[in-house]
Design a protein around this ligand. Sequence first.
Ligand code: F6R
Length: 644
Amino acid sequence: MCGIIGYTGSRPSAPILVEGLRRLEYRGYDSAGVAILDPGRTPLTVVTRCEGKIAMLAAKLEAEPVTGTSGIGHTRWATHGRPCEANAHPQRAGRVCVVHNGIIENHAKQRAGLIERGRVFMSETDTEVVAHLIDEIYDSAAGDRAAGDRAAGNGGAGDLAAAVREAISRLDGAYALCVVHDEHPGQLVAARHASPLLIGLGGAQGQLDLEETFVASDVAAILEHTRTVVDLDDGDIAVVDPSGILQLLDAEGRPAKRGRRRIEWSPLAAEKQGFKHFMLKEIFEQPRAVRDTLSGRLPQFRGSDAQAQDSLDFADLSGIDFATLADHHKITMLACGTSWHAALAGKYLVEQLARIPVEVDLASEFRYREPIVRAGDLVLAISQSGETADTKAALQEAQRLGAVGLAICNVVDSSIARAADHVLYTHAGPEISVASTKAFTTQLTMLTMFAVHLGRRTGALEAERANALLDGLREMPVAIDAVLGVQAAIKIIARRWVAARDWLYLGRGLSFPVALEGALKLKEISYVHAEGYASGEMKHGPIALIDENVPVVVLALEGPGYHKTLSNLEEVRSRGGKIIAVASSGDDQIGDLADDVILVPRVDPFLQPILASVPLQLLAYHIADLKGTDVDQPRNLAKSVTVE
Ligand code: F6R
């Protein structure tokens, strides 16, 4: 999501940090900052931050230069707190400065405790909580050290790594941190848990015979300077100075050794983390993205009296009061493109799990058809970018007519997020590829949680069933990983069918929106004609298209409608059609009917759309790649459609 760089050596750090951030800008770009330890200043650490692009940070540093040969930098993609200078990193508390990637789930509780103990907060970020905790712990340990020891130079500076270790033991969530402290010039402390972080050892490539060490969330930031890196493991804390790694402790606090890795990628490939295209990288990011969508939002439901007992749990979902949302008699979901497909799945989920009627509308249609909206109706706008003109206008039209506006967005503080009365952020991270992938699966994840929460509130969903669904969501990142593991088999299927000019995608129930999305993915990046249909509609027209040259992708997952789907497969087969089936692992019938089978792990039917989308993304990607199209920027398309 965001990007981290740290430098300690003998060269001026500002240009190295800024250039590193430029290389990370693709990861997030709403604000940026550096903290540089400048020996000529008091306090020693000077923080320079600004809202906007790295170029603005560079201009600010040019206007107000900071010298110093160590520091940390960050480019931000907002998760907690809107993009603005105060919320940019580094975050300072006392003599500590911190940059952070990830989400601290228990930040609100920690913040409340720190405020009670007299700490004053300057930002809305979860990161400032981390800075305060480290500063507080460090100072209280310093207070414990005998003043005499310090004066005699026996104690010297405190133990920053110990303070970081103690602070992170109080945190839940995901983080990669890089910390500097006024008492430790030339040192950086790096820590990670469920968010990548590595150390770069300087002087590599034989270009520079310098002692210098880097910390980075992503190798792209430092590749210009070194190709030798050490990846931190989850739970690791490392202290580095220009000579290299001074101390590396594992999650249990034991000294640890981590192997070195030599990077052969070019800087551009490094931005894509070695993937050929951003689209493929984003497909492979889905386990992480879904985990971030779920982060802090998976309570256990208790008992059968939903109204009385789940109220605290509902608050976990971004503080939205589901008690009032569930009072709405109808929900209208508005979106465009891929987000509209997510909305279609949302209709199945909310209607079946919460028994609230849902209408789904294309935003571009809704706004001009004199929609019937009553005061107090709930309108849910779904948008990755939060900038789609039609979706925003449709939401505003509904609000004008008296509806309450809720948004599901990826980009924090985007126009739609600001226009809505409530927002649920998916936290998928920046999506660079024009073809949407991780935005879709995280929207589906959010909609599933939304439907489960509503279902508990309306009483339509038993606690046990709700918990089983949330448990299934918890396991989803691992299940997605398993699907990503069959990429090689999907590539073989893509090679077999790369010349086909027309494709059909069929799905029933919750698989219908997945079929639409699979067809959209294929047509937008490979420029071949693909249509998605509800399987039951096949006989009403599309069956006429079927012959041996038209591959038919059928979502044939076990669950309601499975046997009807098998009949559809027979119908396609008897007309000479070629079938690529996406089926549940362990299905031993499907192989007799389909030409190619892609198996995905068995999950609850309500969770299948998230999982079944992934092989279709990979299939579309590999066909487009084999055709040699511009996968990340397909012709005629723009990432966000901010005009009608
Ligand atoms: C397809 C795609 C588009 C977007 C649509 C809405 O891969 O990316 O169809 O889904 O333009 O965009 P958002 O979700 O940003 O409103």
